[in-house]
Design a binder for this molecule. Structure first.
Ligand code: SF4
Length: 163
């Protein structure tokens, strides 16, 4: 029985990013992950009802935790507020995690939904700041451990520890 692992769909090669592209990891790495984990692909922004492609969005005046509290907003470069679909997508992703008893997630770094450590700072100038995306924040608040694609080694080390 393999432990379930939520994974950003774009990391698995699904073309769900705002620009219609994916961020697929190399095949050997994905094979290794699939050998140890039951992969549950999810794109929180698509789950929240946003289309592909869609305008890039960033969190202004805070991070995902503040968005969940209604104290910060997710906006597109043209100023459209997309906080609601981002929050809806986070909730649906949490429901999926609960449904499968999932305690681990591998989410795309730096995304306003999926970023587990850093996100863009809301200036739309490629500036990162410390903070979490909306989905990463909600999952962490519910006890999931969230990794990004640069931390796959740690995730694989964990599964050997579980044995
Ligand atoms: Fe990938 Fe997450 Fe962005 Fe969807 S919301 S495209 S899964 S980074």
């Amino acid at each position: 029985h393999k432990p379930p692992l939520l994974i950003s769909a774009c990391l698995l090669g699904q073309p769900v990013r705002y620009d219609g592209q994916s961020k697929s990891q190399d095949a050997a790495c994905l094979t290794q992950l699939a050998a140890h984990y039951q992969l549950l692909p999810v794109c929180p922004e698509c789950a929240g009802g946003l289309p592909v492609p869609r305008p890039a969005a960033e969190i202004i005046h805070g991070d995902g935790r503040q968005v969940l509290l209604g104290q910060a907003r997710v906006v597109t470069a043209s100023g459209e507020d997309v906080s609601q679909p981002f929050k809806a997508g986070a909730e649906l992703t949490l429901q999926l995690a609960k449904q499968y008893g999932c305690q681990l997630a591998l989410l795309k770094a730096n995304s306003p939904s999926c970023g587990n450590r850093d996100i863009y700072d809301g200036s739309f100038s490629q500036q990162l700041q410390h903070g979490q995306g909306v989905t990463a924040a909600l999952l962490q608040q519910h006890g999931l451990q969230v990794f990004n694609e640069n931390e796959i080694d740690q995730l694989l080390a964990l599964v050997t520890d579980m044995r």
